[in-house]
Design a protein around this ligand. Sequence first.
Ligand SMILES: Nc1nc2c(c(=O)[nH]1)N[C@H]1C(S)=C(S)[C@@H](COP(=O)(O)O)O[C@H]1N2
Ligand SMILES: [Mo]
Length: 328
Amino acid sequence: MLFKSKRGWELKDRDVTPETTYWSRRKLLGTGAGLAVAGLAGASLLNSRPGMAQDPDPTADLYPMARNAAYRVDRALTDEDVATTYNNFYEFGSHKEIWRAAQSLPIRPWTVTFDGMVEQEKTVDVDTLIRAMPLEERVYRHRCVEAWAMTVPWSGFAMSALIDYARPLSGARYVRMETFGSDRYNAPGFRQFWYPWPYIEGLSMAEAAHELAFIGTGLYGKPMPRQNGAPLRLVVPWKYGFKSLKSIVRFTFTDARPLSFWEELQASEYGFWANVNPDVPHPRWSQATERLIGSDERVPTRIYNGYGDYVAHLYTGFAGRDRDRLYM
Ligand SMILES: Nc1nc2c(c(=O)[nH]1)N[C@H]1C(S)=C(S)[C@@H](COP(=O)(O)O)O[C@H]1N2
Ligand SMILES: [Mo]
């Protein structure tokens, strides 16, 4: 194999700089408040913004995390206010305007359970978990199956570190993940009883252990806003956005392929693998182009969302119907 000096995601840095990322934060912290009260005043100013949780986050001291320069893309960052006000989070409604409704989600205390095929099942406090992980920031593309896209800086840690922490048995072939259910919080979307709550997603162990698979704890150098999936969400940038489930409560290691929320709802439209591919249309629309949210620009969709050089090898053994299902 040829040695590649530059990876696809390392292309151009000029649009995606730390200045772009932290500009709005600095602007806010510099507004009005003197240095002595910057923490307090800054916090309340930030709290009035859609991007922020309403109460102090116990992990706030960890932000901003150091950006890992290996993960960057040749696209401008999406405006923070757009990425935090245009969301898919069906637990709060089957439309994009859920950010206000999501502010009612209690995100502390929050426990995360590791079970199934693991050396020992355990339930841990999310703050203990986050502080045990190797934290960093990565800029990734995000591509929704609805053909809109954004580019955002995620804070968090490699999913491989979470797998090490969970200590799965060697026979585990998949990891099944679960969003909070009505036992934790009776979100308004649960009244739409025809959806197969709770929201479930899954990855093969090879996908979950891939260096690009990421667990997000924050966005734009701050703790994750509720509407974007606080306190913990998956980020798998080469797959359609619905794979990246939000507000995770459980990781279950298993030898059976999990049945995902969208696959259970409509298997002919939303398969388990869901890799981004411009050449395989959704049954009801084309995937050839995508709309960059916050602008009117439409750009060509890229195979595996631009990450093909790094993930295509995960799918070499697939053939026939299975091959088609990689892209649904
Ligand atoms: N629990 C849960 N996770 C979810 C969803 C959801 O409805 N519920 N929507 C998914 C979809 S379709 C997309 S595109 C992304 C959107 O993430 P964002 O709102 O942070 O952009 O979240 C994904 N994760
Ligand atoms: Mo999506």
